[in-house]
Design a protein around this ligand. Structure first.
Ligand SMILES: *Cc1c(COP(=O)(O)O)cnc(C)c1O
Length: 408
């Protein structure tokens, strides 16, 4: 339970979160089970008409009403996620991470408003700016989140929110979130932060300035590449609008997926620790390879963004990228196709390793790729999601990949 957890370390909250007595026991009976049961429910029953009428009014989690407002399985997951974010008032769940992003924006924007979106963000998120948001009468401006000095000038009369992501998808830039958030809040903007990479464990997002903190639970919290879910954890100021949008537009997460996400959450800390350690070891190994122009891994000393990562983050994860020295798409494909242990596919944060080719230039409009301090020929990049395999086996696999790349 969130309140009794207040004094505990986040690692402990991963274990205790969401396990309230009323979700793990039977009223009037001693004893309880460890995990909240999976409640499949559309209809919630009431003792009488007066209770039915009262239920409609008590619009909050933890109160029975109707399946669209969830039942104890969803409440337990939301409760456990809220407990991980100091300063949070509550969490809403969504059937995917992208739905969480969309509904965080819906909660703070209205037609006629303007929103600032990090240019290096997750591409389906970026696409909202030129697609659905535009159709809905919201003007999105893409900006370089590393340009702190230029940021205040982007905020206009109609700007209502800023959507940040750290590190940036694909290329892993680490913006100064506390500074950007402070500048945004000074002008009354809602600060929306996609915190999927580090999770609340690695970056308590609200404590670092976010009003609405998003996680694609599909990634680390699920952790086993077998579910899609998203969450938005919000401050008291923004939770009512978030709840209103989710309920009015019918956002509900399936109980089985929530139960799997809760199971994933229990081991999030150890998985992230192990995946971060392996990723760092692999990043160091890649850094020493002649075929690699640059490793984009904020956890790696000397890598872009490392200083801010070391200042703000309590942890990392297994996701990072590297840029090949010269070459072409075919050479990169030879490398990736030769890997045995790395699957080729989207998403990340599972227990198994993945590798994909990335072409950042395609998904940004104002930030240069490759960045100005790199040779323009060095632009073919690979993104790795490091899983729980033995790290030496993964390195041997990559070594095989480089050999295949060289063989032509
Ligand atoms: C994957 C991802 C999302 C979207 O999550 P889905 O569950 O796949 O919809 C959002 N933000 C980031 C940073 C992601 O990597």
């Amino acid at each position: 339970m969130a309140d009794s957890d207040a004094g505990h370390d986040p690692q402990t909250r991963l274990v205790t979160g969401g396990r309230r007595e009323e979700w793990t026991g039977i009223p009037g009976q001693p004893g309880r089970v460890v995990n909240p049961a999976v409640w499949h429910a559309s209809t919630h029953l009431y003792p009488d008409c007066a209770a039915l009428a009262a239920g409609v009014r008590s619009n909050e989690d933890g109160k029975f009403f109707y399946g669209r407002r969830g039942a104890p399985t969803q409440w337990a997951l939301a409760d456990a996620l809220t407990a991980l974010e100091p300063g949070a008032a509550g969490t809403m769940l969504y059937p995917s991470g992208l739905a969480a992003v969309a509904f965080a924006l819906l909660a703070v924007l209205r037609p006629g408003d303007e929103v600032l979106i990090s240019d290096n963000g997750y591409d389906p998120t970026r696409n909202l700016g030129t697609g659905w948001l535009k159709d809905w009468g919201v003007v999105a401006t893409y900006f370089d989140p590393l340009d702190l000095a230029g940021f205040p000038a982007l905020i206009g009369e109609k700007t209502r929110g800023v959507l940040l992501e750290t590190p940036g998808s694909l290329t892993m830039e680490v913006p100064d979130i506390p500074a950007l958030a402070a500048a945004a809040k000074e002008r009354g903007l809602a600060v929306v932060l996609d915190n999927t990479w580090a999770s609340s464990l690695g970056l308590p997002a609200i404590a670092h300035g976010a009003n609405l903190a998003i996680m694609a639970l599909t990634k680390h919290v699920g952790g086993h590449s077998d579910l899609m879910l998203g969450s938005v954890t919000a401050t008291a100021e923004y939770l009512p609008a978030l709840r209103k949008a989710a309920q009015a537009l019918g956002q509900v997460a399936a109980p089985d997926d929530c139960a799997m996400a809760l199971r994933g959450l229990r081991t999030l800390g150890v998985r992230l620790e192990r995946q971060s350690a392996s990723a760092l070891a692999i990043a160091r190994w890649l850094e020493a390879r002649g075929e690699v122009a640059r490793v984009l891994c904020p956890m790696l000393p000397g890598s872009p963004g490392h200083e801010i990562w070391a200042r703000d983050f309590k942890g990392g994860c297994g996701l990072f990228s590297f840029v090949l020295k010269g070459g072409d798409a075919a050479a990169r494909a030879r490398l990736i196709d030769a890997l045995d242990l790395f699957g080729i596919g989207y998403s990340w944060g599972g227990y198994e390793s993945l590798a994909i080719p990335i072409d950042p230039a395609r998904d940004r409009s104002i930030m240069a790729w490759p960045p100005a301090d790199m040779d323009p020929a060095d632009r073919f990049a690979v993104r790795l999601s490091i899983g729980l395999e033995n790290v030496d086996d993964l390195i041997a696999d990559l070594d095989r990949g480089f050999a295949a790349m060289a063989a032509g």
